[in-house]
Design a protein around this ligand. Structure first.
Ligand SMILES: [Mn+2]
Length: 342
């Protein structure tokens, strides 16, 4: 394990660096990666961001986006070579190499030093250096802390500050979730001082609905939302046909789960979706109900206490009915938490 002083020494001479976000990177994973990239380039390093998969178009405005290589496209050989030859690999916004599929094996095999910066629960220890805080709202918050601790706050410019701001804004649900602690506003204020145009970033991320997507959200809410008041639970189940019908793209289901959670009195909101032959679950909760534990126990997943994801090997229909069965065993807990939340 390296300490921070050793990390600083590592980064004091130009290095070949690869940065990897988790698969289907969100604004935090990609913003952290491109924000860190901007900083490391200023420090004289050679930097390549490699994403395990593609990501939603509403993130394309981030500086350096055009340089990102997507694994599983035309670049596999180049990506493998770069990971193999890297001096340092940064793993951002995930803590288990299984989360980056085949890239995980390449990272494991590489002789590069592995630096992990993340805020998810239950990290696997594979890194030579870890900056982990489950209290941090976003990995982007930790990237800011990292750069400041390196003594380089003034190297954060407008593009870097906007990448980091995007991560914090989205991972806190626009400063609404209970991870929005005092330090979040402190870091955000600093990013604004360093140039972040926050209304611009909000608009670039949130005001990008396609006509199809808006119709799709309307359809999901009117036809696919199911409310189980006796369990303080609401879920939206979207199958492959639904997605096809609305010409849905990666990212179109993003945020849909929050509508389920926004129902008055709901403690648990879930999105069950079928895309590319995979069944995914996205879960959100209020108060003391831990979707991290719920996802771990029933759906091979995990994440944070109030936001987690999982998957299912069963069919779509089986997954939905299994979910409804499992929920019944949580009736008492969900009712107690609903009372406490009021
Ligand atoms: Mn994150």
């Amino acid at each position: 394990m390296l300490n921070f002083k050793e990390v600083k020494a590592e980064l004091s001479t130009p290095k070949k660096i690869v940065i990897i976000p988790h698969k289907t990177p969100d604004a935090d994973a990609l913003g952290s990666s491109l924000g860190l990239r901007g900083y490391l380039i200023k420090k004289g390093h050679h930097v390549q961001v490699i994403s395990p998969t593609d990501y939603p178009k509403f993130l394309n405005w981030m500086e350096g986006n055009e340089t990102v290589r997507i694994y599983n496209s035309d670049h596999n050989n180049e990506c493998s070579r770069q990971i193999e030859n890297a001096d340092i690999v940064f793993c951002l916004d995930f803590n288990n190499l299984a989360r980056i599929d085949e890239l995980g094996l390449l990272v494991e095999k590489s002789a590069a030093k592995k630096f992990l910066i993340d805020h998810h629960l239950d990290p696997k220890c594979f890194a030579d250096f870890s900056l982990i805080s489950t209290d941090a709202s976003a990995t982007a918050e930790l990237i800011y802390e990292f750069i400041v601790k390196m003594g380089d706050r003034e190297l954060i410019d407008k593009p870097i500050s906007e990448c980091l701001y995007a991560g914090i804004m989205t991972d806190t649900g626009q400063f609404k979730h209970n991870n929005t602690h005092q330090n979040v506003h402190y870091v955000t204020a600093n990013l604004m001082e360093l140039g972040a145009d926050t209304p611009r970033v909000a608009s670039l991320i949130y005001d990008t609905n396609s006509y199809d997507r808006l119709k799709f959200i309307g359809y999901a809410l009117s036809q696919r939302l199911k409310y189980l008041p006796e369990y303080h639970t609401a879920y939206i189940a979207i199958n492959a046909n639904d997605l096809e019908k609305f010409n849905s793209k990666t990212g179109d289901t993003e945020g849909l789960v929050n509508y389920a959670l926004s129902l008055d009195g709901v403690v648990l909101g879930v999105l069950i979706s079928e895309r590319g032959g995979e069944i995914k679950l996205s879960m959100r909760s209020k108060g003391d109900f831990s979707v991290n534990e719920f996802a771990r126990k029933h759906f091979n997943g995990g994440g944070h206490k109030n936001a987690a994801g999982g998957s299912s090997d069963a069919t779509f229909e089986e997954t939905v009915s299994r979910f409804e069965e499992i929920i019944k065993t949580y009736k008492e807990e969900l009712n107690q938490i609903a009372d406490a939340n009021n």
